[in-house]
Design a protein around this ligand. Structure first.
Ligand code: SAM
Ligand code: SF4
Length: 503
């Protein structure tokens, strides 16, 4: 049945369930205490080297920092101290995640949207964008390219906010993605983890989404600064409700989704304030649910078609400050995954990866239907912003291997029940990094045999052999089983992983 304008308005009115966040407010206030953040950023200045180094020791012990400590790091001015902070950030990353990098692809399923975010090309007032929602056949076609031609195993699926793409569509599309099994050169490919980046949902809808095997549920606050939030998100729209968005991870946890991803769209307000906002959010989740965010994202505002706001913002973040904010996030929330996207140029990605990023996308297309009809359409008309790095997965993996990183397609952890507080415990003690290496090796073997170019194979073989040697030395008990699976994969078996039981 066709929806009328009244139906749309009714849907918008009913979307927000105020009682699901009001219960968390403290005398009507949320947990982003702006006066306190400003005060800490004002007072925690000019720390001496000893104080900064003491804080770095805490990061190295994989402990979340306090607001004071984070403000101190954000205020460091001395160049040598920043260098030291960057070195420690890399060490923390190595300790928690080792030299693994997880790769994924974003898959945009719809650009229908009822909101009007000033910075986004999908805002409802942007009439030059061609609106489109993929039907389930088209979703499968996109997935076939991603799994059969490129070799991705993980997706982040992205939706605008619209009644046509509410939770029923999300569930159907996720099921469609998981149903695709594509033949590859030596075996078969399939998406094994679907993460979601979507508008905030109610607890009831989040419970539904969990049933179809959702991975991480990601929602970025965009800006933690209340006034800026009101400025860029029109009042009267769903997104205009700051608290509905701020507490969506509380609802996710209540719904039993314990892998949640938070983020800021850097460039809307002062980056130091926003970094503090992320810390407050992480600490709030730890305090209330005993588990912090699974990932933190830090997209920078990019140019978007017919979106002049993005050029005019006075808070654009320079490359230098971008490095600083990544360094401090890594140090302040040492256990969390950090997602670096293809919004950034290849050069910037090269420079910041070592500072503690754990996940990155490649072969990225963000137009609706852009993977399967990549040769035909005008990107500007259907994508959300303009990408900085359009390199293929093959090129990115080759470069990573040449720099000593092993690309991991492993999703075993989640399938063994290692989510939420269980994975956090393993990350904090460095066990996750060690054991995940095993499955990183197995999944990388699959990818090399199915998708790698001859050139990438050469660098890939060097890194995989080095990793196998290390496993033989460091965790010898697992070595025979690893090699048994490794040989089976070489013969065409797929999706074999070593099971690490959760205590
Ligand atoms: N519509 C949902 C929402 O707003 O939460 C989810 C999808 S939205 C398409 C994903 C994210 O893209 C937003 O949360 C925002 O941070 C980011 N984004 C929007 N416009 C952008 C731009 N011009 N440059 C960089 N990132 C942008
Ligand atoms: Fe819609 Fe999300 Fe874009 Fe805002 S950021 S206009 S909610 S798609």
């Amino acid at each position: 049945m066709e929806r009328t304008l009244d139906d749309y308005q009714e849907w918008i009115r009913n979307k927000i369930k105020k009682d699901e966040y009001e219960k968390y407010l403290n005398e009507g206030k949320d947990f982003i205490n702006e006066e306190e953040i400003v005060e800490k950023l004002r007072t925690e200045k000019k720390a001496d080297g000893k104080k900064v180094r003491d804080i770095l020791q805490k990061s190295l012990a994989v402990q979340i920092l306090t607001p004071e400590e984070t403000a101190t790091l954000l205020n460091v001015e001395d160049k040598e101290l920043w260098q030291e902070m960057q070195d420690v950030a890399s060490k923390v990353k190595k300790k928690v995640y080792d030299n693994r990098i997880v790769t994924f692809a974003p898959l945009y399923l719809s650009n229908l949207c009822v909101n009007n975010c000033l910075y986004c090309a999908f805002r409802k007032d942007n009439t030059i964008v061609k609106r489109r929602k993929l039907n389930l056949e088209e979703v499968k076609k996109e997935t076939q390219v991603l799994t059969g031609e490129i070799g991705h195993k993980r997706l982040i699926v992205v939706y605008g906010e619209h009644p046509e793409t509410d939770v029923d569509y999300m569930m159907e599309s996720i099921k469609a993605i998981y149903s695709v099994k594509e033949k590859t050169k030596s075996g078969w490919g399939q998406i094994r983890r679907v993460n979601v980046n979507a508008a905030p949902l109610s607890i009831e809808k989040l419970k539904e989404l969990k049933k179809v095997g959702l991975g991480t549920f990601q929602v970025f606050q965009e800006t933690y600064h209340h006034q800026t939030y009101r400025k860029v998100h029109s009042p009267g729209t769903i997104k205009g409700d700051y608290n509905w968005r701020l507490y969506c991870m509380h609802r996710a946890m209540e719904a039993g989704i314990d892998d949640v991803g938070i983020g800021v769209l850097f460039g809307l307000y002062d980056w130091r304030f926003e970094a503090m906002g992320l810390l407050y959010h992480a600490r709030e989740l730890e305090k209330k649910f005993g588990v912090g965010p699974h990932t933190i994202s830090f997209p920078r505002l990019e140019p978007a078609s017919n979106t002049p706001f993005n050029q005019q913002s006075e808070y654009k973040v320079s490359d230098d400050d971008f490095k600083k904010l990544i360094t401090v996030i890594r140090l302040a929330v040492p256990y969390t995954g950090m997602i670096l996207t293809a919004r950034e140029s290849a050069q910037v990605r090269r420079e910041v990866l070592d500072l503690g990023c754990t996940q990155t996308d490649a072969s990225t297309r963000i137009g609706i239907g852009a993977y399967s009809d990549r040769y035909t359409t005008q990107e500007g008309e259907r994508q959300q912003f303009i990408l900085g790095d359009t390199r293929s997965l093959d090129e990115v993996i080759r470069e990573l291997a040449e720099r000593g990183y092993i690309t991991s397609f492993c999703t075993a952890g989640y399938r063994c029940g290692r989510t939420g507080d269980k994975i956090m415990k393993l990350l904090r003690t460095g066990q996750e990094g060690k054991f995940c290496k095993l499955n990183a090796v197995l999944t990388f073997r699959e990818w090399l045999d199915d998708f790698a170019s001859e050139e990438t194979k050469i660098s890939g073989e060097v890194i995989i052999n080095k990793e196998i040697e290390e496993i033989k030395k460091k965790i010898p008990t697992f070595y025979p089983k690893l090699m048994e699976y490794y040989e089976k994969i070489k013969k065409g078996e797929r999706d074999l992983y070593l099971y690490l039981p959760v205590s």
